[in-house]
Design a protein. Structure first.
Length: 496
């Protein structure tokens, strides 16, 4: 098990790296995270919903993602509440206190999933959640040391030197453990190191002397390995300056909704050589030099719709449309682009209904039952094949026949098809429920070529999509193999 001294220290990426390392060495290995909190989710082979981090880890291990890799998923939808997903299906919406009281009941489905994996794989790599020693929550912790103790896992503690306080992170965390817990820890990985490692030798010696445990890896910071980020928290923390807009490129802005979800929809788009993509927090940032605006998925379209009105985004987006620019809405973004969103069952709020942006002739009703499915089909505009997945509570209907349907899709292995999404008359405003549509290289190339032709830019052939991730997983594994004592870790943790 990879435990962390805190959130975003590198647990997920360490599990991803070791999934790849062990898979390359001939082990059948599967990832597992008992409880995850993320609005960046994905549809599994069973048609359930899990956190994106476990999907990445499964890919690195050469596996199809399964609900058993992340049996409990929390999808935050307010400051204190989350949608609770158990074994891929929505259980209910709960505030933090009610979920805390639910935790003892969740132990059974978590152990059922772990046992499902352990019976089928040589190795199960467990990932902890946040800090492994939150003392006020420790008695009902399902994802960290109690889980390791339950299944007899050896533990590696991951710390982030880039954020500072590395000695307090590691030594302080070890001091908060009881003796049995410390005995389960075989050593440490220090992540995101910058500079000359020779200058940190004395630091490693100090940590090892203070804890009696070895530092098993000093992992340099990298920015040349393209692995999906774990969650939208990364976007919220990102304070970098926006990428400069270019005349010789397609300039794309993404509205940074407060409840943004599934932002990995744009990972491959961002890697196109002639695309500049920025996340925009304020309508003032929507420069007229932008060619396209994307309204992304949202975990709470009601609150995000109110935010769009309050902050001036609604007016700005309508002005952007009048300039003849392109606008794409995906899932919650598609719903927000319509005339109205109704919430008669109080799925997201007690507001009842809100007005949308009004740039597509559709209306949405939020239902109690969530749609979760993988889909394939064809774009009715450019005739390119698409593949993706749906995760949404709403049902959207067309109220005025201005424009036409966007996609014709069907579930994988099914024959019955239906029309998804809508496109306006001049084919510049698009809305769809399909996440991952931009991962389909042929569709993505033609979608961008439409803009290139208008701008007078050179058209481009389809760029390889998801398959390029295989090389990235190998680069990540190589990086960790170079800077970790992998053989020692295998000997201590797996073959002990």
């Amino acid at each position: 098990m990879f435990l962390g001294t805190g959130s975003d220290v590198g647990k997920s990426i360490a599990v991803t790296a070791f999934c790849r390392i062990l898979s390359r060495r001939g082990f059948k290995v599967a990832p597992f995270k008992a409880q995850n909190m993320s609005n960046n989710s994905y549809v599994t082979v069973e048609g359930g919903e899990i956190g994106r981090a476990q999907v990445v880890q499964a890919e690195a291990a050469g596996l199809l993602p399964s609900i058993h890799m992340n049996p409990v998923l929390l999808k935050p939808s307010s400051g204190v509440g989350s949608q609770v997903v158990i074994h891929g299906k929505v259980f209910k919406q709960m505030d933090a206190m009610k979920f805390y009281q639910l935790k003892p009941i969740l132990k059974r489905p978590i152990l059922d999933s772990y046992n499902f994996l352990s019976q089928r794989y040589d190795i199960v790599l467990l990932e902890g959640a946040g800090s492994c020693c939150e003392m006020n929550l420790k008695d009902k912790d399902l994802a960290n040391l109690p889980m390791a103790k339950e299944v007899g896992a050896r533990c590696i503690l991951v710390a982030d030197i880039d954020r500072g306080g590395i000695f307090a992170q590691i030594i302080g965390t070890m001091e908060l453990m009881d003796r049995d817990e410390r005995d389960m820890v075989i050593g440490f990985l220090i992540n995101k190191f910058r500079g000359d490692p020779r200058l940190f030798r004395s630091g490693i010696e100090y940590i090892e002397k203070a804890t009696g445990k070895p530092v098993l890896g000093l992992i340099p910071y990298y920015d040349n390995i393209m692995i999906d980020p774990e969650d939208s928290m990364i976007l919220q923390k990102d304070r970098r300056s926006p990428n400069p807009l270019r005349q010789d490129a397609i300039n794309i802005g993404v509205v940074r909704l407060p409840s943004i979800s599934n932002f990995t929809d744009f990972e491959l788009l961002e890697r196109e050589p002639d695309v500049v993509l920025n996340y925009l927090s304020s309508p003032k940032e929507l420069d007229t030099r932008y060619d396209m605006l994307i309204v992304p998925g949202s975990k709470n379209v009601i609150s995000d719709g109110i935010w769009l009105e309050r902050t001036g985004w609604k007016r700005k987006i309508r002005e952007f449309k009048k300039l003849g620019k392109w606008i794409l809405g995906i899932c919650g973004g598609y719903q927000l682009m319509g005339k109205e969103i109704k919430d008669p069952w109080g799925v997201e709020s007690d507001k009842g209904k809100i007005k949308g942006l009004g740039i597509l002739p559709v209306e949405t009703v939020l239902e109690r039952e969530k749609i979760v499915r993988e889909v394939v089909g064809i774009c009715l505009i450019n005739r390119k094949r698409i593949k993706g997945y749906e995760i949404h509570m709403g049902r959207t209907r067309v109220v005025e026949r201005r424009g036409r349907g966007f996609l014709k899709i069907h579930g994988i292995g099914e024959k019955k098809s239906w029309i998804d999404g809508w496109v306006n008359e001049d084919e510049r405003i698009f809305g769809t429920y399909v996440h991952g549509i931009l991962d389909s290289s042929g569709f993505r190339a033609e979608f961008l070529n439409q803009i290139r032709r208008v701008k007078g830019l050179k058209q481009r052939r389809p760029k390889r999509g998801i398959l390029t991730r295989t090389k990235e997983y190998d680069k990540l594994a190589d990086h960790f193999e170079t800077h970790c004592e992998v053989d020692r870790i295998i000997q201590m943790a797996i073959q002990s």
